[in-house]
Design a protein around this ligand. Structure first.
Ligand SMILES: Nc1ncnc2c1ncn2[C@@H]1O[C@H](COP(=O)(O)OP(=O)(O)OP(=O)(O)O)[C@@H](O)[C@H]1O
Length: 232
């Protein structure tokens, strides 16, 4: 998929918080959206999925405005979003919303539970899941419609190292199967482990977009150079 932004911006209370951004981003493997706290990473992802309105410009996936069609994309929020229902029913939510026949819903939910190593938890109330399990459930829900791309907003920021590793391994497997990711993080080590491309945001602007090797070895923008400089 190609994400095309043309002078896309978001403003609130008369203040521009993001953009204007004009850029074509071919989704290929894992694109990491990197930047310090408050840079605008969450807003950027929300804008890319059509969750917040554009104040100006346009934003399309393969030529279709982001708020017109969402089923080719999945989205994982930073914090858990859980219905007071079983894990299986939480995962099946997008299938129910799309009115899939019951038998197909059950079969796809089983596949998704297995993919995310949650089969043993299928009938448990989702609210009792650990943080790591809850994010795997969010991943299962995001995968429901066989998306081409998944957008993830700091999905491991509340997870311990073991749960983070389990989640990361799943993402790597899914990426290897051909799904692309737009993955926001401020975790430099994680970005280095996974990024094929890096999109760096600072103060609501994209200041650098480059292949990962180039970004980490020879960053051009002074803000990126500072961000990458090891602490004294
Ligand atoms: N709806 C809104 N109205 C006004 N200001 C907002 C709104 N949403 C976000 N902001 C502000 O926009 C800026 C960017 O926020 P955003 O959450 O996108 O940053 P971030 O890079 O994701 O940060 P973090 O790494 O801490 O999650 C922040 O200053 C935030 O307070």
């Amino acid at each position: 998929m190609i994400l095309s932004l043309k002078t896309a911006s978001f403003a609130a209370n008369g203040k521009t918080l993001l953009g204007p951004i004009s850029l074509d981003i071919p989704m290929d493997g894992i694109t990491v959206v990197l930047g310090p706290n408050g840079a605008g990473k969450s807003l950027f992802l929300e804008m890319c999925h059509g969750l917040i309105p554009l104040s100006m410009g346009s934003l399309c996936w393969d030529g279709i405005p982001a708020n017109h069609e969402k089923s080719s994309r999945g989205y994982i929020f930073q914090h858990r979003i859980t219905l007071r229902q079983s894990v299986a029913r939480n995962i099946a939510l997008p299938l129910r919303a799309a009115k899939w026949p019951k038998a197909k819903q059950i079969a796809r939910t089983k596949e998704l539970l297995s993919l995310t190593q949650l089969s043993a938890k299928a009938d448990e109330p989702a609210v009792v899941l650990s943080g790591g399990e809850a994010q795997r459930m969010a991943l299962a829900r995001a995968m429901a419609h066989h998306p081409k791309t998944i957008l993830m907003d700091e999905p491991t920021s509340n997870l311990d190292p073991k749960a983070t590793e389990t989640f990361e391994m799943l993402i790597q497997d899914i990426a290897d199967s051909g799904v692309s990711f737009l993955w926001a993080t401020h975790n430099l080590a994680q970005a280095k482990r996974f990024a094929k491309h890096v999109l760096f945001i600072s103060e609501g602007k994209i200041v650098e977009y480059a292949p990962a090797d180039q970004f980490f070895n020879t960053p051009i923008h002074p803000t990126c150079q500072n961000f990458l400089r090891p602490p004294l």
